[in-house]
Design a binder for this molecule. Structure first.
Ligand SMILES: NC(=O)c1ccc[n+]([C@@H]2O[C@H](COP(=O)([O-])OP(=O)(O)OC[C@H]3O[C@@H](n4cnc5c(N)ncnc54)[C@H](OP(=O)(O)O)[C@@H]3O)[C@@H](O)[C@H]2O)c1
Length: 259
């Protein structure tokens, strides 16, 4: 053990985990290879946030906002394809979501932001969509809880309900239910309605919804269905991560709009 490693070891597991992950990141994607944030972090003992779904509408905004957030020292963006970011705080790891357990060490952090998801069309079937929206996200939550992550923040959906006849709302509800049993100190679940924002692919139904819903939702009684920007959801999540709290909490649409 050299002098640097010795001093890190007495600063606790989070620093060591962050160091291991950052060193690992050089091999994974080659991003941010020149930086050495450990010495800066060693004296700081700040927060490390893992983000899954980091290339998505909400996830991209999350990474940007976390990179700029004063209470976050490092951001681990776990993705299935390389995703560069200009901030030296952000470290990208390309992982195999089918075998997340092979990347368990990356979950030694303080916070997990979970914004993974697909559509039935993209996935090919409801079963394949469940694999991404439910199984991958639950596995990530399990690994994080098992590695001492204290705060778990999940993008779920309005209407999420484990008993729903709608398969999408059911998978969202099942995930909400399952993660509650995990030993996180704090769980924050966000339930947005239709998400608006710039996407890489065109989603016709969402496009139509983002035109029609704002008009419809001006009507009394329909406000609770109005669309929300992906960036607004991310902003609320980062704000909540900065505030103290314990236990389980839900943020429904109206509460997400309030920043
Ligand atoms: N769209 C809506 O209107 C809406 C409304 C309410 C709730 N939600 C929920 O909110 C969450 C975030 O939504 P979003 O619109 O920000 O998501 P998004 O833009 O579709 O991004 C999804 C993320 O998941 C990743 N992903 C998808 N399939 C994957 C796979 N097979 N393996 C690994 N990664 C995969 C994507 O990676 P790639 O970039 O590599 O594809 C991307 O990072 C989702 O859980 C969604 O169900 C969405």
């Amino acid at each position: 053990m050299d002098g640097t490693e010795f001093s890190l070891s007495i600063l606790g597991k989070r620093v060591n985990a962050y160091r291991a992950a950052v060193v690992g990141s050089r091999g994974a994607s080659g991003l941010n290879p020149e930086q050495e944030p450990i010495s800066r972090k060693a004296g700081v003992m700040g927060n490390v946030a893992v983000v899954i779904g980091a290339t998505g509408l909400v996830g991209r905004a999350l990474v940007d906002r976390l990179a700029a957030a004063g209470h976050i020292d490092g951001v681990m963006a776990l993705t299935r394809r390389p995703a560069g970011h200009p901030s030296p705080k952000v470290h990208n790891h390309v992982v195999d979501f089918e075998h997340l357990e092979n990347h368990a060490a990356l979950f030694q952090a303080d916070l997990l932001f979970s914004a993974l998801g697909t559509t039935r069309k993209q996935a090919g079937s409801i079963a394949a969509q469940r694999t991404v929206d439910l199984d991958y996200q639950y596995k990530a939550a399990q690994l994080a809880a098992g590695h001492g992550v204290r705060h778990y923040l999940l993008v779920s959906s309005s209407g999420a309900d484990a008993g729903s006849r709608n398969p999408y709302l059911r998978m969202k509800g099942e995930l909400e239910q399952r993660v509650q049993a995990l030993p996180f100190e704090r769980i924050s679940i966000f339930q947005p309605s239709l998400l608006m924002g710039q996407r890489e692919e065109v989603r016709i139904a969402e496009k139509l919804g983002s035109w029609i819903l704002p008009v419809l939702c001006a009507l009394p009684g329909l406000r609770r269905f109005r669309p929300i920007g992906g960036d607004q959801v991310a902003a609320k999540m980062v704000l909540v991560s900065r505030q103290p709290g314990r236990g389980r909490e839900w943020f429904r649409l109206d509460e997400i709009f309030v920043q």
